[in-house]
Design a protein around this ligand. Sequence first.
Ligand SMILES: Cc1ncc(COP(=O)(O)O)c(C=O)c1O
Length: 370
Amino acid sequence: MLTSYAAHFDTPAGYLDFARFGPPSRDAVAATARAMEESAGADHTTVDTLMGAEGVARDTAARLAGTDARHTVLLPNASTGLFHAALGIRDGVVLAPRTDFPANHYPWRRTAGLGRATPRWLDPAPGGGVTPDLVRAALTDDVVAVSVSAVDFRTGFRADLAALREAIGPDRLLIVDAIQAFGVAVMPWDAADVLVAGGQKWLRAGWATGFATLSDRALESLEPVLTGWTGVEDVGLFDGTEHPPAPDARRWSITNLSPVTAASFAAALDLVERHTVAAIEAAIAARIAELTDVVREYGGHVLSPTDPARRAGILSFTMPDHDPSLVAKSLHAEGVTPTVRTDSLRLSPHASTPPEASDRVAAALSSLRN
Ligand SMILES: Cc1ncc(COP(=O)(O)O)c(C=O)c1O
């Protein structure tokens, strides 16, 4: 546990569902309340002042992604970014894993329906993920992009982004959904042409927060199909004419976001930057290793990668001879919050998760033997 980081949170010890939702810090809650209160007493300065949080959040997200503000845009969630990317591709084939979260499926189904980019689904080995070999085997001349999750929502498989970049060459786009990794895994984000993340999970910023970064290649090649009135040049000039899209990542702006959620996002990103991704990652890795031992000790079958280099903060497992809903019942009785699926369970701790969480899981799994 990263004690100085943990001191910012009131999350119960047994909360192990960060891959679904990351309870925000007291800092994020206070920033939200403050912004909302200020908006309630608005005068002629208030809206502009509150909107300042967007610049702060964008700059911090850019630094954490290893890029700059010109290549970064705030978004309300990861899915909006994936739709921007998908609709920006005129035609060709896009490789995406069939096993991915459906947020990385529907944009490609929609573009196929529009006669633009069409998906070709990749089938990773069970418990694995998108490897350079899998991509290489599917590469044909008509493939224009590959769209993957940095960390798989189901297994926690951590993609080798640098190797994927190398496998597809410099001319195809690498689109990365980083929602299960950003802020908690040190990864080579500069390998991606498009990086999207929502802030409601591991970044612990609450819902309706997120961002995307675009490489120069992405800025050049993606058509700005969804550019709205806030994504153009001379935003404040309402002259009835069509303005060109902004030259930078702001072209992905459809309209103004909430300055209230931006305040929360800025506070959340600041916490990550101050405590460092590397330290957060190390604390999570220690807890994952411990939880893996516990699951194995009580006869569980681990579905996540065993190689620490290929996993992140997600541990999926089954308990042979026990329905996941019954395992969940025992975990709930010990104050543990897992993700419960029909075929498996998922535990996802954060750097604030104390060792006590593993004891609680052990107590729950041992009760299954009685
Ligand atoms: C890998 C992945 N991508 C996208 C999403 C959805 O993100 P958003 O609600 O920000 O679009 C989720 C989970 O909800 C997810 O696990």
